[in-house]
Design a binder for this molecule. Structure first.
Ligand SMILES: CC(C)(COP(=O)(O)OP(=O)(O)OC[C@H]1O[C@@H](n2cnc3c(N)ncnc32)[C@H](O)[C@@H]1OP(=O)(O)O)[C@@H](O)C(=O)NCCC(=O)NCCS
Length: 145
C-alpha cells in the first residue's frame, strides 16, 4: 500500500470515496463545494493537506486535514478533518496507516501538533484512534451559518 498526495487523475476515485464519506455522515454537500474542495486539495491551497491510500492500483482511502496557525505555538498545527476507508478495505490497517502518515509528516515538517475528533459513538474509528493517544475531556460547541 502506498500513501501519497493525490494527482488530477485521481479525481473520479476520490469523488467516489468522498461520496461514501458524506453518506456515512448522512450529509449533503453541494457539488460546487465538492468541486472547490478537490481544487483546493489538489493545489494544496488554504492549508488543505490531502493524502490518499492506494492499494493494488486503486485509491481506497483518504485523509483530509487543515494546517493552520495557532496561538500556543510558533509552528503550524494540523487538524485532521476527514478520514475514510472504502468499506470493502476496512480492517486491514489502512485507517491507521493514514494517521501514521500524518504523524510522520508532522515530525518531518515541524508541525507542533495533530488533532482530530469524532462522535463518541463511532466505535470503529475510536478503535483506531485509541491506538495513538487517549481522548481528552474537551467538548465541542458549534454555530453554523
Ligand atoms: C474509521 C475508518 C477510517 C477505519 O479504517 P480502517 O482501515 O478499517 O482502520 P483499521 O484497519 O486501522 O482499524 C479498523 C478497526 O475497526 C474494526 N472494525 C469493526 N468493524 C469493521 C469492519 N466492518 N471492517 C473493518 N474493520 C472493522 C477493526 O476490527 C479494527 O479494530 P481492531 O483492530 O481493534 O479490531 C473506517 O472504518 C471508515 O472509513 N469509517 C467510516 C468513516 C469514519 O468513521 N471516519 C472517521 C470519522 S472521524
Amino acid at each position: 500500500m502506498l500513501i501519497r498526495h493525490p494527482v488530477p487523475s485521481d479525481e473520479a476515485a476520490w469523488r467516489g470515496l468522498w461520496a461514501g464519506y458524506v453518506a456515512f455522515y448522512e450529509a449533503d454537500v453541494a457539488e460546487a463545494v465538492t468541486a472547490r474542495t478537490w481544487e483546493r486539495l489538489i493545489h494544496k491551497q488554504d492549508g488543505l493537506v490531502c493524502r490518499v491510500a492506494e492499494a493494488d492500483g486503486t485509491i481506497c482511502g483518504f485523509s483530509l486535514s487543515v494546517l493552520h496557525a495557532g496561538t500556543w505555538s510558533l509552528t503550524p498545527v494540523c487538524y485532521l478533518e476527514d478520514l475514510f476507508v472504502a468499506p470493502e478495505q476496512r480492517g486491514r490497517g489502512i485507517g491507521e496507516a493514514l494517521i501514521r502518515d500524518l504523524v510522520a509528516m508532522a515530525k518531518s515538517q515541524g508541525w507542533s501538533g495533530l488533532y482530530w475528533h469524532t462522535r463518541a459513538s463511532n466505535a470503529n474509528a475510536r478503535r483506531v484512534y485509541d491506538r495513538f493517544t487517549v481522548a481528552d475531556d474537551f467538548v465541542r460547541y458549534r454555530l453554523l451559518f
